[in-house]
Design a binder for this molecule. Structure first.
Ligand code: AMP
Ligand code: MG
Length: 389
């Protein structure tokens, strides 16, 4: 049985590089990874702009009375020269300004008669956003590898970079096996249970910014499972997830069907609790995972392995474990397999949550982390944690 750490190394080797890059309209690039440097096409800001509502004057205008001569509305071009001494022009936040001017805030003036205003102090350049003061034309503003969060999207929009080069989203097909499963809308007959893994996987993939191309439930019949797997393989999915049937029971067809389809099986068990029957397989750069049916095992295997692969395919690199302080009086049950314990991470402290067994869904809504409990008991209260949300 392979250890979690060794399986990580194998999965990293199976996903050596990110998915191909593609040009995508800006509105569809949220949470993608940028694959090109973004340079300022022109000075930022591209012209001197006013940061205030107020008045434009000559650079040497002293305090005192000035005559008003019109307005420069934001969006209209600036005059080529500043007003002459003794005159002023109304400006608003964002108005374009001529070079070598001064401005004064409305609050530092007083209305006067005959189209004049009184400047209570000399105007200055303090509130001018000078051309190129944020970046010069040609400066690199974003580097490849940048996550396109809302702030990055706003910057791209401001630069007119409306079709950035980004990593393609991973495509996933999900096959759910189990004759005992009914849909969440149905009332289960005695002995049946509702399928919760389809909903779980759909939401986890959305969180991981991957596309769920296809999702289907089949009974435990080998022929039906083989047929559904063939359909999953006929899609353009980069990753095939198969829920249930990953163990060695009479209904567990995942490993043998993947092998029959020409997949190399890299592991069929991993030394993790929950999560033991876990199949990782590959064929021609495509990956397939057989996830144990129990919902908590699903959650753990997704976060430990599937999410890691998705992060590598996106180009973000593996999700790092963090170190946290174990909450006092925590009771952890070590196991010969290392345990990934559902937990609540707050700041630097991690609290293990109660769970009965790998079918126990009641804990999942509160768990935002998995706490690594080594197989050999340790007194160390600094523990490793994998963040899950
Ligand atoms: P399996 O891995 O198929 O042997 O399933 C292990 C356990 O997980 C069984 O008790 C199944 O009923 C349960 N299980 C399998 N698939 C699901 C599912 N989609 N939703 C909820 N429980 C499931
Ligand atoms: Mg099953």
């Amino acid at each position: 049985m392979i250890s979690v750490t060794d399986l990580w190394l194998q999965l990293d080797a199976l996903t050596p590089s990110p998915l191909p890059a593609e040009r995508v309209p800006l509105g569809s690039t949220h949470n993608r990874i940028l694959r090109e440097p973004i340079l300022a096409p022109e000075d930022q800001p591209p012209f001197d702009r006013s940061a205030i509502d107020g008045y434009l004057t000559h650079a040497e205008q002293p305090a005192g009375l000035v005559t008003l001569q019109g307005t420069i509305a934001p969006g209209s071009p600036a005059p080529t020269v500043p007003p002459s001494v003794g005159t002023a022009v109304r400006i608003l936040t964002g108005s374009a300004l001529p070079a070598s001017a001064a401005i004064i805030m409305q609050e530092d003036t007083k209305a006067a008669d005959n189209g004049c205003i009184h400047l209570l102090q000399p105007p200055s350049t303090k509130h001018i956003r000078h051309r190129g003061s944020q970046a010069r034309a040609g400066a690199q503003l974003l580097a490849p590898g940048q996550l396109l969060n809302a702030g990055a999207l706003a910057l791209l929009a401001s630069l007119g970079a409306t079709t950035p080069l980004v990593t393609r989203r991973a495509r996933v097909a999900h096959l759910v096996t189990g004759g005992e499963l009914v849909s969440p809308e149905a009332k289960p007959a005695f002995g049946q249970i509702r399928d919760s893994n389809s909903t779980l996987i759909a939401a986890l993939l959305a969180d991981a910014h991957a596309d769920l191309l296809w999702q289907q439930h089949v009974s435990d019949s080998r022929a039906a499972t083989a047929g559904a797997l063939a359909v999953a393989l006929s899609t353009t999915a980069d990753i095939i997830l198969i829920s249930g049937g990953a163990s060695v029971g009479d209904h567990d067809h995942t490993g043998s069907l993947l092998a029959a389809q020409g997949f190399t099986i890299h592991c069929d068990k991993v030394a993790s609790r929950p999560g033991k029957p876990f199949i990782a397989a590959s064929r021609d750069g495509r990956l397939a995972f057989g996830l144990p049916g129990n919902p908590l095992s699903h959650f753990v295997c997704f976060h430990l392995f599937v999410k890691r692969v998705l992060a590598r395919l996106a180009g973000t690199g593996p999700i790092a474990l963090i170190h946290a302080q174990l909450a006092p009086h925590s009771e952890l049950r070590p196991d010969p397999r290392e345990t990934w314990w559902p937990a609540l991470l707050t700041h630097d402290s991690v609290t293990p949550l109660p769970w009965r067994d790998s079918s126990d869904l009641t804990v999942l809504a509160r768990a935002n982390a998995l706490l690594r409990v080594p197989s050999t008991p340790s007194d160390n209260s600094r523990v490793e944690v994998l963040r899950c949300s």
